[in-house]
Design a binder for this molecule. Structure first.
Ligand code: NAD
Ligand code: MG
Length: 399
């Protein structure tokens, strides 16, 4: 970016996560384009304090209120304000930072992202669950308050790079690419017994644990269909999914005239993050260039809807509308956490979600309070379904 420009102030929500760390790596590479205003984390006090010191931020927020004292001690003597708790996260999002990176994982990111939206902020949006659990309300607030979303999710970032606003009526469909995850070729019977370690070992991308499991079930692609629907205003039927195991083409737009435009790059989240950080310009980075000759072959196949029911569940939730996507997201978060803790089997994740969708079928959403209430109810239902073992969902890890 232009060297003479004033540094832009940046707030990174979820700075200790995979996307948060990559964001700070790019900030360090940018030669002073950014002044870090806010950093936040859930429980990682020492990493947050280290980042706060290294980047000289103004405010560090730890979401877990009981860790306030620890963070205060870790930053003693530094000219850095310290805060803790859910309200402090919202207040941090209300500050006038030029750019907000929303990289908290899960619906936990919703209140801060909404607070940034309400002040008309420019928001680099990684936290897709915000759009799954409250998409219509969030997008309505974006347009009412003149906020700007810059998609960080690599597929949506790719589409954002190749979709001209003024050509939206010329779009035939968008095509989200999916790696297929670590179990792309595994027989369904074998999937029953996969371990959390196998599920988080993604073949191409290095990511946080929750999204890695989502990629393994392909719920990640299901969530991304809903995310794309809200970000680009396209219906379910105009959002295709194609499995592309090399993860080089990050997504495509197919226009009515027969042209398809794609964005390509190495599978490194710093590429889409860099675009969001420097938009509408581009920044230089030390990320290796894509070597097409070395890649040599790009392949494509249809997703297997039988082995990966998550795609069907997400499409049904999107077309069902109302509270269905909220329920889908909440049940998925609970089930993925239970799987990661070893309490349930891999295939139980989608079974739990399906039950929750049946249980809350027909729920409607008014305002944000309805979203939060339904999110809590669906979490309670999913937790009970898992812990009382009804229908044999609970399995011993070692079985
Ligand atoms: P992660 O688990 O690595 O990091 C999550 C961050 O959020 C951490 O800083 C953590 O401290 C914070 N956090 C977690 N729970 C919180 C809570 N209850 N309250 C406040 N803060 C909390 O996650 P990630 O992989 O970096 O993903 C972040 C978001 O970006 C997710 O929504 C994910 O779907 C999306 N995303 C990630 C990638 C990726 O490559 N990692 C790619 C595309 C989209
Ligand atoms: Mg993605």
């Amino acid at each position: 970016m232009a060297e003479s420009a004033e540094p832009r102030s940046l707030a990174v929500f979820g700075s200790t996560g995979s996307v948060g760390r990559s964001t700070l790596d790019l900030v360090a590479q940018s030669n002073g384009d950014f002044q870090v205003d806010v950093l936040t984390a859930h429980r990682s006090v020492s990493e947050l304090a280290e980042q706060a010191r290294r980047h000289g931020c103004n405010l560090a927020v730890i979401a877990e209120p009981e860790l306030y004292g620890d963070l205060k001690d870790a930053l003693a003597g530094e000219p850095i304000e310290v805060a803790a708790g859910a309200e402090a996260l919202v207040e941090a999002a209300e500050r006038a930072s030029d750019l907000v990176m929303a990289a908290i994982v899960g619906a936990a990111g919703l209140p801060a992202t909404m607070a940034a939206v309400r002040r008309g902020a420019t928001i680099a949006l990684a936290n897709k669950e915000t759009l799954i659990c409250a998409g219509p309300l969030v997008m309505e607030a974006v347009s009412r308050h003149g906020a700007t979303f810059l998609p960080v999710d690599s597929e949506h970032n790719a589409i954002f790079q190749v979709l001209e606003d003024k050509q939206i009526d010329c779009v035939d469909r968008i095509v989200l690419t999916a790696s297929g995850g670590p179990f792309r070729t595994m027989a369904q019977d074998d999937m029953e017994a996969v371990t959390p370690a196998q599920a988080v070992a993604h073949p191409n991308w290095s990511m946080g644990a929750k999204i890695s499991v989502d990629s393994a079930t392909m719920m990640n692609k299901g969530l991304e269909i809903i995310e794309a629907h809200h970000l680009f205003g396209l219906p379910n039927e105009q959002i295709d999914v194609v499995v592309h195991p090399q993860s080089i083409i990050h997504s495509l737009v197919a226009y009515k005239d027969g042209s398809m435009l794609a964005q390509l790059g190495v599978p490194d989240m710093r590429v889409p993050i860099a675009y969001a950080l420097s938009w509408p310009q581009r920044m230089a980075t030390n990320i290796p260039q894509l070597d097409l000759v070395e890649v040599a072959t790009l392949t494509f196949e249809p997703p297997d809807m039988g082995r990966f029911p998550a795609l069907r569940l997400a499409r049904e939730a999107l077309s069902g509308g109302g509270g269905a996507p909220t329920v889908l997201n909440a049940a998925n978060e609970v089930a993925v956490a239970a799987f990661l803790e070893g309490g349930i089997g891999f295939l139980d994740i989608c079974r739990t979600i399906e039950r929750a969708l049946e249980r809350f079928d027909g729920s409607v959403l008014g305002g944000l309070e309805d979203v939060l209430a339904l999110d809590a109810d669906a979490r309670r239902f999913a937790t009970e379904t898992l812990s009382n073992g009804s229908g044999g969902l609970v399995r011993a890890v070692a079985q």
